[in-house]
Structures are given as structure tokens and as C-alpha cells.
Design a protein around this ligand. Sequence first.
Ligand SMILES: NC(=O)c1ccc[n+]([C@@H]2O[C@H](COP(=O)([O-])OP(=O)(O)OC[C@H]3O[C@@H](n4cnc5c(N)ncnc54)[C@H](OP(=O)(O)O)[C@@H]3O)[C@@H](O)[C@H]2O)c1
Length: 314
Amino acid sequence: MSTTSDSSAAPTPPIPALALFSLHGSVALVTGAARGIGQAAAIALAEASADVVCVLRRTSSSESTGEHTDVDHRVVPPSRRKAEEGTKPGAGVGGKVDDSEGAIREGGGEGGGEGEGGVKEKEKTQDTIAALGVRAYVVYADLEDMADVKTVWPRALALLGRERDGESGEGGEGEGVEGAGGEDGEGAQGQPRIHILVNCAGVQRRHPSVAFPEADWDTVLDVNLKACFLLAQAAGRHFLSFDATSGSGGGGYGRGGKIINFCSLLSYQGGFTVPAYAASKGALMQLTKALSNEWAHANVQVNGVSPGYVRTDM
Ligand SMILES: NC(=O)c1ccc[n+]([C@@H]2O[C@H](COP(=O)([O-])OP(=O)(O)OC[C@H]3O[C@@H](n4cnc5c(N)ncnc54)[C@H](OP(=O)(O)O)[C@@H]3O)[C@@H](O)[C@H]2O)c1
């Protein structure tokens, strides 16, 4: 056995370990991104270079004052806004984007009289994301309202489509805003793409089971379970609409996608005075397994995360 080494051989290039975890070129849609764990998840995805669509309620339950636009939009950091305004041929197409962004950002000024402490906290997520140099989008929805929930995915795709068409100067028929949200895979190779869904929004209601109000049961099951299913269904339709060899829509990911559902220790345990929450989180874990079984063949990974106790408003 020779122990001599060939000094003329090229050194092994360093393994770009962090690059293996990069989400550059991918788009993540995150519910509950206004605060708490969802906010942290949205920012973490942005730190990994993903563009992020934040799904926010029009008026956060943590905000006592303030109104703001309910127009979905993209957030551009002030430092880049001027440059982009000058170069973007699609500023007209996505006019709503810039208008609403200005209205929100200017807060207590011409944006509609939001007070200090009003929409500011909610803005933190998208501002932080935009400042990381990736794109931040906002889609407004009340996840208790299933009619609203069903529009989230198409509206997010429409928002991405408006920007893409604006940037490229295209905007041809069938690829624009209206065609972007197709659920049946038609035109999939031309449509904008979302790669990751994070179902993080959640609510808790505590009452002894004998007195648990039916309305609270419905709220918890709707937000924590039904909305997650409807969003996962929309995501699944989208992910499965790409063919295995396609690299279209950005990122070159082929067919597939990721769904991450925020479950709970209460997916495993019963807790006390939280029957609706325990039922919703137990069911969400079962839903995670069911979707995972059904879509794994198409490179769609559905996973659940069950955090321990985290100090949030919940
Ligand atoms: N904190 C914990 O210890 C813990 C442990 C395990 C699992 N989890 C799970 O982790 C997830 C995040 O919890 P968290 O502690 O971060 O909660 P949080 O601080 O109370 O935040 C909840 C988020 O969900 C959003 N949301 C609630 N109802 C909504 C609705 N009807 N429409 C749209 N958005 C709505 C809230 O938006 P607004 O700001 O508009 O209200 C907020 O962004 C939840 O699914 C929770 O069950 C939490």
C-alpha cells in the first residue's frame, strides 16, 4: 500500500453544507405568520432564502386598533422600492401591489390612520422578510371563513403571477392573474409556483367540557383542522399538477412539494378543558399521515411538527 499522496491532484472542493439547506428559488406560503411560531417560521424560511407568502388576518386579534388594506400585496423594502419602481415594466399590472404596500407601510400617516401599536406588529413579519433580500407577499384571509380559505391559494398564485408577468413584461393570455389559480393542472407548466405550505395558524379555547360553547368548538375545528385541509388540498392539487421532469415555474423542482402542519403535544395527549383543541390537533396529525400516504409517490412530503410549550400569545 502506498502512503505517498499525489500533491498535483486538485484539492477536494469544500462541501457547501449550508447550500444543501438553501431554499433559494422556492416559495413558501405560511399561515399564522403575523406572530408567534408562524412568524418565526416565516422569517426562518426567508433566512433560508425562500420567498414567503404570509397569510394574515385582515385585523389581527392581537391588535386593538387600526384598519388596513385588505388588498393582497408584495412588500418591498424602502431601500429597494425606488429602484424597482424605476425598472419594473409591470408596475401598472401590479399597481395594487405598490399602492397597498405604501398604504400599509405608512401606517399612521396617509395609510388610513392606524395608531401606534396598530398594524405595526403585523408588519414586522413582512418587513423582516423583505429586509432579508427575498420577496415578501401578503394574502389576507380569515381562516374561520372557508369561502375565504378557498381563495388563498389562487390569490397567492395570482400575486406571484402578476409580479412575474410584470417583471418579464409578459402577461399574455392564460398566464396572467386569472389563469394562475387553476386547480386541475391545466396550464401547470406555465403558471407560477409555490413549493411549500406551512399550516401554522391556530386557536385555543378553554372551557370545561360540560360547558364548552358550540361556537368555540366550531372556531377551533375550522381554523385548526378544516382550513388546514382545504389549504393542503389546494397545495396538493398544485404540487401534483407538475410533471416529474418539469423545472418550470421557478426553482427546477420537478413534481412535488412540502406541507408542514403544526400539530401539538395535544395531538397525543388529551389535556384538560381543551376538548376542541385536542380533537383538532389529534385529527390534524391523522390528516398529516393520510395525505402523506396518498401523495408520497408524487414527491409530496407531508409532515407534522409538534412543538413543546412555546411562550406566545396562545
Ligand atoms: N405556543 C405553543 O406552546 C404551541 C405548542 C404546540 C403547538 N402550537 C401550535 O403552533 C401554532 C402557532 O401557535 P402560536 O403559539 O404561535 O399561536 P399565536 O401566537 O396565538 O398565533 C396564532 C396565529 O394564528 C393566526 N390565526 C388565528 N386565527 C386565525 C384566523 N381565523 N384567520 C387567520 N389567522 C388566524 C393568528 O393571527 P392573528 O394575529 O390575526 O390573530 C396568529 O398569527 C398553532 O397551530 C398552535 O396550535 C403552539
